[in-house]
Design a binder for this molecule. Structure first.
Ligand code: ADP
Ligand code: MG
Ligand code: ZN
Length: 623
């Protein structure tokens, strides 16, 4: 497939990278400063000749001297500085290169205090000793600041002062290489976005008519349904620069940087207009303000506010369309959805059967398929798969063909790949004979219920080979995708779920832990029937949704202020009576058809896996 993915481009700004110039500047300032201090000191000191010095000593004008190698620094006595020179008390002179043995005597006899110091290093040596450590320390600090900055903020933009430079620049793609042909199904979304592509291609045509170009388009849909892919396809089709950033990237930054980054990103995009800005995972910044959840929301709010004000501040002459994607449109701040912001909405759903076939075709087009592969059947068995899952399915099938050393991907590879995705990997579990029997009867219970109940989905497959987290599995195949489910269908579905446990009870007189997942699913479904879909006589046609689930806290808010405790109790009671009723009916059915239950379980213990026709034959024979 032609998709190139996000190729981060290296920044082209000159001077990017560690800014050595900065360090040089600091070093230069320090050298100059040091030199200036030296000369300032020199200015306060009189330079005199050796002869003048000897004279001054003889005239008793010298108070003290410090000898340092050849050089002598001294101090005149107070009030005796000498002949009209600058009024400094300090002087300096240099000893002649030969020894003056009389000097010491001379100094002593005139009461000059003498001290000596080891030879002073030259001024540049002193400079090195004084300045170099500081330069090094500064360098290290600068280096680490730069590193941190690069990791956390600008992605290598502009050195020391590059904080908040848009990381989106890194994701600027001249051409995404994705076209609408790479997106299969999603017809509605493609049509809606086709309009946007046209705006971007010929903005003048719209502007001449006085039309305002839409600014924000929000794509909503479950993960893997192709939101990111569509955004790239829009950029690819319109042939405009594409800036892409993910909402979660904004969050991992220093306070105040998010807003700066938004500003820069919009500035860059405007400069290149027409352009597309794509904000993925908008919900991670765009959550309703003041919700007080998720932590660090000050930063989030600032970033969000910046996005809003940038979108408001578009010049009519700038054609920048902001695309955003989210799978949680319900939590978005209402301000984002106002006219002039993300007021266009494009919904992406999990693909239906036709669309699944089309998506499979896109991803299988460059792979060698065997003649027995019917993508219609593959699609039919991939109910609930999103685009990303289908891509994965094709890839797993190819891997399977590789593992089996086949030169083409055949239908068996697709079947094995699908089982692997849905059921997990086969486990090498050594189960005891008794455990195997329990599992065989449990699965047979599910299957028999599916066979007996009039509204249940038809059977597809049954297995007692442990895979993934399950010890066995019974699969049904809904004939079509279901968008709307009737009460009778849901009741029978619960009946099938409870079938495993009912069979165990019937045959062994007790139940095992193997029904945990079944019971959870059945209870969840019953709860929704009762509290959301008005399928309980006692509660009637009212809806009592549960509290919004809080992904950050990882739990649902337990208390829901929307309804009273009495209602909660009533709901619980109704769930219980719904499940009890279905279980009672199921137990009756199973005991009436015990022969079939036993026949299937015993057959399973022999062959471990049966397909739809195998199950059917076993039931027919035992009837
Ligand atoms: P989302 O952003 O909605 O979570 P993506 O756009 O990242 O999903 O989709 C992931 C991958 O799944 C895509 O790169 C693409 O290969 C595949 N895919 C998803 N939807 C489609 C589709 N409608 N047609 C073709 N491929 C699809
Ligand atoms: Mg995505
Ligand atoms: Zn079960």
């Amino acid at each position: 497939m032609a998709q190139t993915g996000q190729t981060p481009q290296t920044p082209q700004t000159p001077g990017a990278g560690f800014d050595w110039r900065m360090l040089l500047w600091i070093a230069a300032v320090m050298v100059i400063g040091f030199y200036w201090m030296e000369t300032a000191r020199d200015a306060a000191v009189q330079d005199i000749t050796y002869t003048q010095f000897r004279q001054a000593v003889q005239q008793e004008r010298v108070a003290e001297v410090t000898i340092e190698g050849q050089s002598v620094q001294g101090l005149y006595r107070e009030g005796r500085v000498g002949d009209g020179e600058r009024a400094s008390r300090q002087f300096e002179t240099t000893l002649p290169p030969f020894d003056d043995p009389a000097l010491m005597e001379l100094l002593e006899s005139h009461g000059v205090a003498v001290s000596a110091r080891p030879t002073q290093p030259a001024w540049w040596q002193r400079l090195l000793v004084n300045v170099l450590p500081w330069v090094l320390i500064l360098g290290v600090i600068l280096y680490f600041t730069y590193r941190m900055q690069q990791r956390m903020a600008s992605g290598g933009q502009g050195g020391l002062f590059g904080f908040g430079r848009s990381r989106a620049r890194r994701f600027r793609e001249e051409s995404t290489g994705v076209t609408m042909d790479d997106v299969a199904g999603a017809q509605g979304a493609k049509t809606d976005l086709g309009e946007v592509i046209d705006y971007l291609r010929r903005p003048e045509a719209y502007r001449r008519l006085g039309a305002k170009i839409p600014r924000g388009v929000l794509m909503m849909g479950p993960p893997g349904t192709g939101k990111t892919l569509l955004a790239k396809a829009v950029a690819g089709e319109a042939g405009v620069p594409f800036y892409s950033i993910s909402g979660s990237e904004f969050i991992e930054m220093f306070v105040g940087v998010g807003a700066a980054r938004v500003r820069d990103m919009f500035k860059d995009a405007k400069a290149e207009s027409p352009a597309i800005i794509f904000i993925d995972e908008l919900d991670s910044i765009g959550r309703a303000r003041g919700a007080g959840l998720g932590g660090g929301h000050d930063e989030r709010e600032q970033t969000l506010n910046q996005i809003l004000s940038e979108m408001d501040g578009f010049d009519p002459a700038e054609t920048v369309v902001v695309l955003a994607a989210t799978n949680r449109p319900d939590v978005l701040d209402p301000a984002l959805l106002r006219p002039g912001r993300f007021d266009r909405k494009v919904t992406l759903d999990r693909p239906g059967r036709e669309a699944r076939v089309a998506i499979l075709k896109v991803h299988a087009q460059d792979k060698p398929l065997a003649d027995d592969v019917d993508l219609n059947i593959v699609a039919q068995r991939a109910i609930g798969f999103a685009g990303a899952d289908l891509e994965n399915l094709v890839n797993e099938a190819a891997l399977m063909a590789g593992r089996l050393s086949r030169d083409r991907i055949d239908m068996e590879c697709f079947t094995l790949a699908r089982d692997r995705i849905v059921l997990g990997d086969k486990r090498d579990e050594t189960l005891s004979e008794t455990e195997k029997r329990v599992i065989a009867y449990h699965e047979s219970g599910h299957a028999l219920m599916a066979w007996l109940l009039p509204n249940a989905d038809p059977l597809d497959k049954i297995t007692i080979i442990p895979r993934g987290r399950a010890l066995g599995a019974t699969e049904q195949r809904p004939p079509e995708d279901r968008y709307n489910m009737t009460e009778s269908y849901l009741r029978d579905r619960i009946g099938v779920m409870l079938g495993g446990r009912l069979a165990e009870q019937l045959i062994f007189g007790e139940v095992s832990t193997g029904s945990e997942a079944d019971l959870k699913q059945a209870t969840d479904l019953a709860r929704r029937m009762v509290s959301q879909w008005g399928m309980s006589g006692e509660i009637g046609p009212s809806s009592f949704p549960r509290g919004e689930s809080q992904p950050f806290l990882g739990r649902e808010i337990a208390s829901n202020p929307e309804f009273s405790e009495q209602t909660a109790e009533l709901i619980d009671r109704e769930i219980r009576s719904l499940l009890d009723g279905i279980a009672e009916d199921g137990a009756k059915r199973l005991s009436q058809h015990k022969a079939q239950l036993e026949a299937l379980a015993e057959r399973l213990l022999e062959v471990e896996t049966l397909d739809a026709s195998g199950i059917e034959q076993t039931f027919m024979k035992a009837a």
